[in-house]
Structures are given as C-alpha cells and as structure tokens.
Design a protein around this ligand. Structure first.
Ligand code: GDP
Length: 343
C-alpha cells in the first residue's frame, strides 16, 4: 500500500480541497458516522475553516457527533521538540491498533500554518501509523490564536470519536500555553522527558509537571539506559511531593525507548489502569462535565470578543480612543469603559 493513498486527504492537500466542492452537510454527517476517513477529513476541514459562512454547517456536524462515543479515551502528549513525541506516538498508536482499537492523532500547534512542508513533516515522522487502516492522523488546525486552534481541536475530537476512534491522542508541539489548553481537553496528560537535562534546560515549567498524570522518560536505550532508570526513580519520588490530584491518581514515572518499541505497552497499561479507576469511581464523567462547562465559558468569551470587535461602531471608537490614550488625554481604564459602552 502506498503512503500517499493513506494520507489524510483533507489536510495533506488543504489548499486543494478548499477549491473542491464541499459535500452536503448530510453527506458529511453520514460519512463521519460511518467512519469514512475521506469524509471525516472533509468535515474536519469545515470545522477548521475560518470563514464565517462555514460556521453553521460546522456546528450542525458537531451537534450530530455529540455523545456518540462516550467510551473514548482522550490522551494529551507533550514534551519539548526533539524529545521523541512523534516517534512515541508512532509506537504507542501502533500498540493501540494492535489491540484491535482505532486511534486518531490530532496536534495543537498554534504556530503551524497550512504549509505543505510542516504537514508532510508530521506524516513522515509517523510512517507506520499513517499506513495503518485503524489510525487517522490530522495535523494542527491553523489559526491566529491559540483559543481558536483549541476550539477547533476540541470539536475535531468529537468528530473523530463519532467516526469510531476509541483513543484520541492530542500532541502539543512546542512549550508554553498550548500544554494548558490540551490539558483542559483530555482525560490523561502525559509528559515526555529526557534523562540528564534539568527541567529548565528542557524548557519545562513546573506547572507542566504538576499537570502531568505520568512522566515518561524517553530514549531509555544504549548509553542512556542507566541514566533514564535513575531519572525515573527520582521522578517517582518527586511526584509524591506534588499536591494530590482531584482524580485521586498518584502520577507515575515510567521510561521507554520509543525508537526500539520498549516500555510502550507498559505506558498503555498504566493509562488503561487510570481509565478503569476513573470510570469506576465516576471521576471520568465528572471531569468531562467540568471540562464541558469550562469550554462553554471559554467559547462565550471568545465569541463575545469576535462579535464586539466586528461592530463598525467599536472599530471606529477604538481608533479614536487609541489616539487619546496615546496622547494621555484619557486613562487606559476610562477609555476601555468608554469603548464597552458602544456594545
Ligand atoms: P519530537 O520533536 O518530540 O516529535 O521528536 P521526534 O519523534 O521527531 O524525535 C526526535 C529525534 O529523536 C529523532 O531523531 C528520533 O529518531 C529520536 N528518537 C525518538 N525517540 C527515540 C528513542 O526512544 N531513542 C533514541 N535513541 N532516539 C529517539
């Protein structure tokens, strides 16, 4: 089977698909619900669209996908560039499909553009998974703001679940705010690390470690094996010192060699244990309910902003007030209050 046949057609040639006729919404909904990869990709393109006129269709699709697959598992994977996220996802995703399950991989990368280069880069880093009929890989939605990308990713999760994907992996590229955003949309948050370099050197903030349900030391192979084992033990001790999680789960430290496919099954087993526990004690359901409330408020917030700045009166007054603030004719706070009066 050739790789090109399996590349998610909606994303690998986004520019091209925009020119193609978009199928009817009902066709897209039926396609997604029947697990048709091509139509899922087209539906995701609609979700990711920044065009106002696409929004109603996108919402209609999302609504049909709600609650279709409540047994799905959402896993966030983060770590600095070069830690081995793609290599790990390739091995981890294959371990999931080997168990007869379907896996979808989404990425949150607010800096990504619809450039062919970065998309193909992602694809070639997951060569086997791309060819796996039970895997679906979609690079990050593009957008000017992290909030916009986050909303699109969240809706994409729902579509993938409705299309029958049992496990959704959400990779965050880079370091910074995107980890927090991904944490707010997953059931389990995994931090990949390297042995030997301090957190500061690896650009990892303490807050990220606190959010993690597990730390996995990657590249535990060759000369690095012993160091990885030490780092794992050290983390296991340190993780006990962090404040307890509302899930009641005590974060774990593991090590693996993504490239040699070692320790991957153990990571999968650990997450399965977490999910089993969280399902039994009701945490999973209550956590998702909380996340839904959070996303509702986040969306209200961003829609209000869009709506507000779109108004011609706002635009006009904003210009005037900016000049007044610049020349100290008015305080920034008074100016903000004045501007809000236009709404
Ligand atoms: P990402 O930027 O976090 O997605 O990292 P990649 O998956 O692209 O990996 C970065 C580099 O590390 C590549 O050259 C990989 O081959 C290498 N790499 C990834 N996982 C391992 C591992 O388990 N062991 C070793 N030795 N190298 C690895």
């Amino acid at each position: 089977m050739s790789t090109s046949k399996n590349i998610d057609p909606g994303s690998a040639s986004k520019i091209k698909t925009h020119r193609k006729k978009v199928p009817a919404v009902s066709t897209l909904i039926d396609g997604v619900l029947s697990g048709d990869k091509m139509l899922l990709a087209r539906a995701l393109t609609l979700i990711e669209s920044n065009k106002n006129e696409d929004r109603a269709d996108a919402m209609q699709i999302v609504e049909h996908c709600l609650g279709i697959n409540p047994n799905s598992i959402r896993i966030g994977i983060t770590g600095v560039p070069g830690v081995g996220k793609s290599t790990f996802i390739e091995a981890f995703g294959s371990a999931i499909t080997a168990q007869g399950k379907k896996v979808a991989v989404l990425t949150v990368d607010p800096t990504s553009t619809v450039s062919k280069g970065s998309i193909l880069g992602d694809k070639t880093r997951m060569e086997n998974l791309v060819r796996d009929p039970n895997a679906f890989i979609r690079p990050s939605a593009s957008g000017a703001s992290l909030g916009g990308v986050a909303r699109k990713t969240r809706e994409s999760i729902l579509l993938c679940e409705a299309a029958g994907y049992d496990v959704i992996l959400i990779e965050t590229v880079g370091v910074g705010q995107s980890e927090t955003v991904v944490h707010s949309m997953v059931d389990f948050f995994l931090l990949l690390k390297l042995a030997g370099a301090g957190d500061e050197l690896q650009g990892i903030k303490r807050g990220i470690v606190e959010m993690a349900d597990a730390i996995v030391i990657n590249k535990a192979d060759g000369a690095n094996k012993k160091q990885a084992s030490l780092a794992k033990a050290e983390f296991q001790r340190a993780l006990h010192l962090y404040p307890p999680k509302s899930s009641g789960w005590i974060p774990k430290a593991l090590s693996c060699s993504a490239i040699n496919n070692e320790g991957i099954i153990e990571v999968l087993q650990m997450i399965t244990d977490f999910i089993d526990k969280a399902r039994t004690d009701g945490y999973l359901e209550s956590h998702r309910r909380e996340q839904n409330k959070y996303w509702f408020l986040q969306t209200v917030d961003s829609l209000l902003k869009i709506e507000f700045y779109r108004q011609p009166e706002t635009k006009e007054k904003l210009e005037v007030l900016l000049k007044k603030v610049e020349s100290s004719e008015i305080s920034p706070f008074r100016a903000a209050e004045e501007l809000l009066k236009t709404y």
